[in-house]
Design a binder for this molecule. Structure first.
Ligand code: AKG
Length: 292
């Protein structure tokens, strides 16, 4: 059974540590359906994705899985994110992104360089500077574990409390591989959670995908969401995803509450920024891989 915690206890944890785990966001039958639907999509990917040692995205989850729609609109998780960001008016800065982290093969025993980052909009080419003085927070990452996140399947590495530094990770973190427990990575831990849980963390938190640590022999699936106040520019053009959602007919299958929330989070154009907002720069035009 998921651990019972009050809304206030989660919010308190998020405010104190910049990170909390909400268990039971997706139930086990729905997890099984999501995995099955994801593998059906993977079979159609062209070119086929790598079988080992990498992560890849499976697009358009909200167009092919009602369970994905329900997961990303989980009322308690969203209420928590709204409370932490201090606004009801939030949106996803890219369409919900199913990611598959393949098992390590060549990477086993290796320590690849780099990967340390903070999340959108706390990217150096987006925010005016790589130091962020504001008291307000403009981003929360909402990652839903379709498989458990464990030490042996690359639970996300992070530096606890690093969001409070209000700056992009220092270069030293990305020089040389990450050997947990050894400088400069002595404070690094992994985000661990059961399947169906949501990892909710302040986007300024320094973290890294660690494909070399997936020694489980199995894929690790998760749905990634970058959540911001709705005046923050999206990371990518969300319209093609919206069109595929609309043409899928998914909205006819969803309860009105889920459909309304999907519309607000995924399909509503950016709103005007308040006068007090920092400048969040326009991305250069052209296709780009989402750096998440
Ligand atoms: O897949 C992971 O473990 C890392 C995810 C990540 O880097 C992100 O959500 O920004």
């Amino acid at each position: 059974m998921p651990q019972e915690k009050s809304f206030d206890a989660y919010l308190d944890e998020l405010k104190t540590h910049g990170f909390t785990v909400v268990e039971g966001v997706v139930q086990s039958e729905a997890l099984a359906r999501i995995r099955k639907a994801t593998y059906a999509q993977i079979a159609n990917l062209d070119p086929p994705p790598p079988a080992t040692d990498d992560r890849f995205g499976v697009p358009d989850g909200i167009a092919w899985s009602e369970d994905v729609c329900r997961a990303v609109t989980h009322p308690m998780a969203l209420a928590l994110i709204r409370a932490y960001l201090g606004t009801e008016e939030i949106h996803f800065c890219h369409q919900p992104a199913m990611t598959v982290l393949r098992p390590a093969k060549a990477l086993i025993g290796q320590y690849p360089e780099s990967g340390w980052h903070s999340d959108y909009p706390y990217h150096p080419d987006v925010y005016p500077d790589d130091r962020w003085e504001d008291e307000a927070v403009y981003g929360v990452q909402f990652n839903i574990c379709i498989d458990p996140f464990r030490r042996d399947n690359a639970g996300t590495q992070y530096v606890p409390g690093s969001h409070a530094n209000k700056r992009f990770p220092p270069r030293a973190l990305n020089e040389g591989g990450t050997r947990m427990g050894r400088p400069p990575h002595e404070a690094v831990q992994q985000m661990l959670a059961p399947a169906g849980a949501a990892l909710i963390y302040d986007s300024r938190m320094w973290h890294r995908a660690s494909p070399e640590l997936n020694v489980s022999g199995q894929d690790r699936l998760a749905i990634l969401n970058a959540v911001c106040p709705n005046w923050v520019r999206a990371m990518v053009d969300k319209k093609p995803g919206t069109e595929r959602f609309l043409s899928s007919g998914m909205s006819d299958q969803l309860p009105a509450s889920v459909c309304d929330e999907i519309n607000r989070l995924c399909h509503t154009p950016n709103q005007a920024a308040p006068a007090s907002a920092p400048v969040i720069l326009e991305k250069p035009a052209g296709p780009r891989r989402i750096a998440i």
